[in-house]
Each structure stands twice: as C-alpha cells, then as structure tokens.
Design a protein around this ligand. Sequence first.
Ligand code: SF4
Ligand code: SF4
Length: 156
Amino acid sequence: MSVEAQDLDLCGTESRGKLELGVGTGLVGWDEVNQGSVLPAFEGDASAIAGLKSEERTYSEFNSYMGSVASWRVEKPIFNRDICIDCQNCWVWCPDSAILSRDKQMLGIDYDHCKGCAICVDVCPTNPKSLLMFNEHADLDESLAVWPEKKKKEKK
Ligand code: SF4
Ligand code: SF4
C-alpha cells in the first residue's frame, strides 16, 4: 500500500470535519445548554447504527465527528507504512479515535480529529517507530525521507 493512504477519507462523509468548532456556528457552548436537553448524535432511527461503517452513518450536526480540531495541533503524527506491523496498538490507545484502521490494517491518521497528543507514537513498538511527530506543516514525503534508521542493540 502506498503512503497516500494517509490522505484517504475512510471515515468520511462529505461534511465530516467541515465544522470549525466554536467559530461562527451560532451554536451554544456546553455550559449554555439547558439542563435536560437531548442532543441526538445521529439523524433518524439509530437503533442499527452499530452495524454500520462510520462513513455510512447519518451524523447529526451536534456529533463531534462533524467538527474538526485540526487547528488545535502544533505537531502531527506521520505514519510510515513501510515499517508498520499492523499491531493496532495506536488504534487501541488513541484517545480520539483518530487512527484509521480497517480489517486490522493500519491505514493512517484522521487529521480532522487528531489532537496531536503523541500517544500513538509512544505505544508504537517498531524499530524505528512507524509513527513519529512532526511540525503541523511538515510535508509527508519530506518527513518520510528523513525517517530514522533502525537502532542497533547496544552490546553489554
Ligand atoms: S497524536 Fe494523539 S490524537 Fe492524534 S492519532 Fe496519535 S494518539 Fe490519536
Ligand atoms: S502501533 Fe505502530 S506498528 Fe502498530 S499498527 Fe500502529 S503504526 Fe503500526
């Protein structure tokens, strides 16, 4: 698989991540919502939602899935497909469900929802790591070109 997988819209609907949270939406903040209000996460009947793939679901405008937190990041993880062993550690540990994985294969980062916490980098077990943090504006190909070499074991 090519590294372009990182750009794919695996979990996308057309409007996913298009809402810049809190900017000109006219929506009230979390501390302004009336007690007892119900904010539906999905449009219509959601009783079978668990059986649908994320891109098949009908998200309501209140669903955090529809918002983007990309502007919060100063650093972003970059994924190197050539080293990854598809262990799924990053997918399990990411607190924002921002690791894209299908059929137990790591595919890349959902940059609309990644907050740049670097937990995925910490838990990646490969040598060198298959995920590394780079400046938010770093170019994918340039970052892959300076990927570190495998570290040799130190002799005791
Ligand atoms: S940097 Fe944090 S939020 Fe982004 S993909 Fe990694 S674990 Fe998830
Ligand atoms: S933790 Fe590292 S090796 Fe494991 S799936 Fe994620 S990127 Fe690949």
